[in-house]
Write a protein that binds this ligand. Sequence first.
Ligand code: CS2
Length: 496
Amino acid sequence: MKLLCDKSLHELANKGVDVPTYRSEHHKPEIGIVHIGPGAFFRGHQAWYTHQALQSQGGDWSICAVSMRSTGVSDALTPQNGLYSLAQLDNKNSYQVVGSITEVLIATQQYKAVIERLSTSNTKFVTLTITEKGYCLNNEGHLDLTHSEIIQDLATAKESNSAQAITAVGILTNALAIRKAKGLAPFCIVSCDNITDNGKKLRAAVIQFAQAFDNDLADWLSKYLICPCTMVDSITPATDDSLRELIEEEFSIKDNWPIKRESFLQWIIEDCLPEDRPAWEEAGAVLTSDVEGFENAKLRLLNCPHSTLAYIGVLLGCETVFDAMQKPNLVAFIEKMVDEEIIPSFISPKELDAKAYSNEILERFRNPAIRHLLAQIAWDGSQKLPMRILPIIEQNLNDKRSIASLSGAIVAWFLFLRKRYIEKEELVDPLSDNLLKKVSLCNNDIEHDIQILCSIEQVFKPELAQNQHFIKSLQNKYKLMLPLLSEGDSTEVVFV
Ligand code: CS2
């Protein structure tokens, strides 16, 4: 079967497939955007918005996608000239070929090419989806200067700014130093990860990194670097072979790495973007000054329940979000947590009815066409919980509001860690060694085990870890939920 590439676009168009009209075998728009972390979410979201903007308004906004280490995306997409197919799976499925990516590089192997791409005048934007851990922040949200990779990058940066950096913050700062030396303005950096105040935190991290070896650079960045905050949303499970087969059936063409997602899509961007930019708004992106309200709503009403469903669902033996949503007592637990503890904890943007928004999210979780593995959502709990759950607990403790259900979510994560340890299954988390060492000490004594949980200092700030009300609430839930570890779904009263 033929492989998807520029040569096949004409044939696909003749078959009525929705293909890019702004590129061909002989012509492609200039690269104006570099994206770091070209995973499935990026390809279903920002790359799609840019594709739509190129389809409707054109411009030199094609994307150079940069993988930090893995060769997977480059191996898959380079033979396809960066093209890939997108399946929107919902009540009615739809398919299209996305063409906004025209180059794929690997930072560890093609470092010089990456830095050159980042320091050309054509490159005006850098977008990122590098997951929470990729920012190397501490649990205060500042650049973690004790992080081994940041220490290494600072050491090489002090030697010379062309020395190879291994972190995104290091690579960006080195490229910005070269732009300054060349008399070029900084590129605008758009963080697209599920982190509160993502743009602000990234901007501060880059300036803090620069301060460590070049104060002039840090001053220049403080004056000119723009990093809008964003809220990004679309449920995009990992690609599997059934999707590859589906695309071959649909297009009669082979795609090494197609993408699938739900039809729901949202991109809220702080309205401080440079004028000269892709027409993302034409594709539905929203520019606003109140990103924080939307961020809070999404992280608290989608990502918090998602993580909770993931940990309790895995303990109940469920595989996907859809499966977990078939458990009435688990759904009741989520709805109670939303109504009593989450919605009262933040101020919704005036345009958003929090309860209606939450109901819509639970409906999206019930989409049978989206096989979203709970195990994938369960990754990196030590990085996700401080963004999705702990801020709500801190707020509710402050406001003397219930934290009972949210404590249940934290306990479920702890039991999930214990299950991974007991069953010797891989724990995907940057702190996995430390976490497994902690849970190896558990002995089912409530007070003893909860003490171990609260001693995970990279996750729990000291003031929270010592909060007696929080500890008591965790102990109550642990007592109720501990049977899940040995009996899985056979028990009744576990979570409510
Ligand atoms: C999920 C998110 O894997 C996870 O942690 O909660 O990827 C979620 O699907 C997206 O944020 C939805 O926009």
